[in-house]
Design a protein around this ligand. Sequence first.
Ligand code: FAD
Length: 382
Amino acid sequence: MYETLETRFGHEWVATLRSEVGAFAEQNGPELERCRKAGSFPAELYQEMGKRGWIGPITPTDEGGLGGGVPEYCAVCEEVARHALISPQISVQGQQWLLTWGTPQQRSRYLPGIARGELIFAEAISEPEAASSLRALTATAEKDGDEFVITGRKTHVNLGAQADVILVYANVKDAGLTAFLVDAPAARLERRQTDPIGLRLLPTAEMDFTSVRVHESSVLGEVGRGFDTFLTTFNVSRLGNASELIGFAERALANAIEYAKVRSVGSGTVADFQGIQWIVSDAYARLYAASLARDRAANVAEAGGDVSLLTTLAKKLAIEAAEYAINECFSLIGSHGLYTDTDYGQLLQDLKVYRVAGGSLEILRNYVARRVLGSETLEGLL
Ligand SMILES: Cc1cc2nc3c(=O)[nH]c(=O)nc-3n(C[C@H](O)[C@H](O)[C@H](O)COP(=O)(O)OP(=O)(O)OC[C@H]3O[C@@H](n4cnc5c(N)ncnc54)[C@H](O)[C@@H]3O)c2cc1C
């Protein structure tokens, strides 16, 4: 909706983005559908998106990106999700990590390729026994001369089997959680692709790090600052998650309304029923609120303000709005939505990924409660 999103390039740019993303998605619809069914990554289309700036919205133009900021990132995510294209989410997180913490050498080596969609980035944080709590991660990185030896098991890693470079979180003795940039082919990792029900264009993988050696220059940020590197990126990427959820819900609701307006039942159409109109009203209102919260968080992030609470609220509201809109669409579309030649089922599955990954709804609620209960003003209530 973008009612209050302040983009660097203006509203005309958003309108052009929408029509270009729509045309690209339509032109490549059959290939995208084939990959979605197979659970495979459409690498060539991803590179084409990179050439158009849709993989690197936040990276400067002279480093291969679009040269935008957080609002442009949000607009790209919303449009990509609205048109069922490949999510740039994981790549943008990689770019954010490098932009905030990368050394000049790390930046020049990885950033342009990642932003152009030519170098595939993945992040390996979650483990089979620990994902919601970073403190419970068990992977280790042991110092040995000017190298670190990484050992551990990672899971749920989007594009893990395809990645050229993987950001791995592991514990360094006496220092704590640390992030490492690992060149995947050189590390000879054991990687196994897995088969998620949602975001199927970004297949997941599990991988074993068995004494993988990396040079100490592979550390991202500083040794022991893993929590800081994690939060600076996730505070922004939660807005990408929120924007994609909004895009999913807009697609579902727009398609369902079009159908309900022409589907005859008795003497009228589905859209004539007041019970159906209230669903449209409630779904629209929730989306509107989520969209405003996303806009506000993006604008504050762009201005350099503290966004921890705002991004958490934006993603929480977007999950709830998308769950409501996509669930309730089935009241408008009936049996039409229950076949695989429509994408309402896939949308339900896609939204559940963002309900769990990148900060689950429960973890977001915990954070909002902690902030409100812990603040002297009850975050503006007093
Ligand atoms: C498709 C997909 C893609 C993913 N991509 C990546 C990736 O690229 N890289 C990566 O590192 N990880 C990735 N993840 C992992 C994702 O971040 C984790 O699944 C997520 O952190 C939740 O961890 P868990 O599934 O182990 O749930 P658990 O930690 O086992 O939690 C189970 C449930 O309990 C809830 N819960 C946990 N703690 C609390 C609490 N304190 N209070 C209330 N409820 C709580 C959780 O919200 C969850 O619903 C991905 C996951 C999926 C499914």
